[in-house]
Design a protein around this ligand. Structure first.
Ligand code: GDP
Ligand code: IMO
Ligand code: MG
Length: 431
């Protein structure tokens, strides 16, 4: 058993999709376990770019069971658009399935997300406005609608009777927003039932049980990143699900005893979209240079990503809470043209000089923290064609060795460009 989880080990957009796509070739089952269409996952194959939001990034291979798990939230219209576009490009979706237990993002979830963000002033989270927080709030509050509810008229009626009176009061009185009649919601739900019909997998228990018995190789795909985790991220500047390795067990339907590896995907530097603390953020021309060379603009929202130096304090914390066993370092080629590179090894409290080697989870402190850096020489050459570690310049090797040493787990994959083949695989968990 080499079942493997792919987790973002920063604030998202680490290049998880590229690594998922890469390893999916060797897997039998690929399960997306949390998040929704807030995710923007890019895969580049032979210079052709695919952008996924909900569909697992392993879908480009034929005959792999691609499953969208119960831990996800699905916005039907986005799912439809994404699947239609993939079909138009000739991608075979016959083995794409969704869990009947996934929760649906309804129109009012999107309304509420937009209003909350627009009215919260300087306290806004900077969400993707895809209704993620409101959908997960309703799920946990037991006011959600699950995919399976769409196919049982009596159950759906009774769910809507339970949900709508209160939801409409809240929409009208709290948010000053449009309310939804039951007829309107039934109409929407009928549309959604049609959208999901080809994909719903009612036999998922049997399918996953057999996969385990037959020792199939399972790859779990996380969205977002550990620092956006609802419990362990920079709360409240987080998403509303659990991207951590443990989230794979709750969100996929396969328990933790069946997981062996957790690959933490991290950029050779770090980025963040939206609000929230960011100790190594570079608000200067170096940050601008990383953003320009790295193309650091959101896949889902197009917003510029905030950029900074690699943060080993945060990475060590991700090893603990994410359950990471190894790292995949991406976008190292973005650093090709820097004279000097910095890595944050500790935080220092500007007020009293106190040094933090372990990540302080109280974010109220982060305004007062500054990074303690170690500086490295750049390699000043193009590494985007490197196929093996030996092809890397000495200074790149020194940089990577230092990251391994500081974070405390081995680097098993190095990505030197967006294309599938621009990757150095030191060890493949499925081989
Ligand atoms: P994800 O959300 O973690 O899957 O990452 P995104 O797709 O949002 O952002 C990663 C971006 O970096 C995408 O545009 C990828 O094509 C690109 N990318 C991934 N790996 C590399 C790499 O090693 N080098 C470069 N230059 N780009 C990469
Ligand atoms: P992938 O999977 C980067 C961020 C948003 C915001 C916070 C909450 O592509 O890495 P939400 O809409 O989830 O309620 O927003 O989380 N965020 C992401 N940042 N990559 C993502 O996904 C993200 N998904 C959400 O910018 O700060
Ligand atoms: Mg992304």
């Amino acid at each position: 058993m080499r079942n493997t989880v792919i987790v973002g080990a920063q604030w998202g957009d680490e290049g998880k999709a590229k690594i998922t796509d890469l390893l999916a070739e060797y897997a039998d089952v690929i399960i997306r376990y949390q998040g929704g269409c807030n995710a923007g996952h890019t895969v580049v194959v032979n210079n052709e770019t695919y952008k996924f939001h909900l569909v697992p990034s392993g879908v480009l291979y034929k005959n792999k069971f691609c499953f969208i798990g119960a831990g996800t939230v699905i916005h039907p219209e986005t799912f439809l658009k994404e699947t239609e576009e993939l079909k138009k490009r000739g991608v075979d979706l016959s083995s794409l399935k969704i869990s009947p237990l996934a929760t649906i993002t309804l129109p009012y979830h999107i309304d509420i997300d937009g209003i909350s963000e627009n009215t919260s002033g300087k306290n806004k989270i900077g969400t993707t406005k895809k209704g993620i927080g409101p959908t997960y709030s309703d799920k946990v509050g037991r006011y959600g609608i699950k995919v399976q509810d769409l196919y049982d008229e009596e159950a759906l009626n009774s769910r809507l009777d339970a949900i709508l009176p209160l939801k409409n009061k809240i929409l009208e009185k709290v948010y000053g927003s449009k309310i939804y009649t039951k007829d309107e919601m039934i109409k929407y739900c009928k549309e959604y039932a049609k959208i999901f019909e080809p994909y719903i997998c009612s036999e998922w228990v049997d399918k996953l049980t057999k996969s385990l018995k037959e020792d199939k190789k399972i790859l779990f795909e996380g969205a977002q990143g550990i620092m956006l985790d609802i419990d362990y991220g920079t709360y409240p500047y987080v998403t509303s699900s659990n991207p951590i390795g443990g989230g794979a067990a709750t969100g996929s339907g396969i328990g933790p005893t069946h997981i062996e590896n957790v690959i933490g995907v991290t950029k050779a530097y770090i980025t963040r979209v939206g609000e929230g603390p960011f100790v190594t953020e570079l608000k200067d021309e170096t940050g601008e240079k990383i953003r320009t060379i790295g193309g650091e603009f959101g896949t889902t929202t197009g917003r510029p990503r905030r950029c900074g130096w690699f943060d080993a304090v945060l990475s060590r914390y991700c090893v603990l809470v994410g359950g990471l066993t190894q790292m995949a370092i991406t976008k190292i080629d973005v650093l090709n043209d820097f004279d000097e590179l910095k890595v944050c090894t500790a935080y220092k409290d500007k007020r009293n000089g106190k040094i933090y080697k372990d990540y302080p989870t109280n974010i109220n402190l982060h305004n007062y923290l500054e990074p303690v850096y170690e500086t490295f020489k750049g390699w000043k050459s193009d590494i985007s064609n490197a196929k093996t570690i030996e092809d890397l310049p000495e200074n790149a090797k020194i940089y990577l060795n230092k990251l391994e040493e500081l974070v405390g787990i081995p680097i098993k994959i190095i990505s030197v460009g967006p294309n599938r083949d621009q990757t150095i695989i030191i060890e493949n968990p499925f081989k």
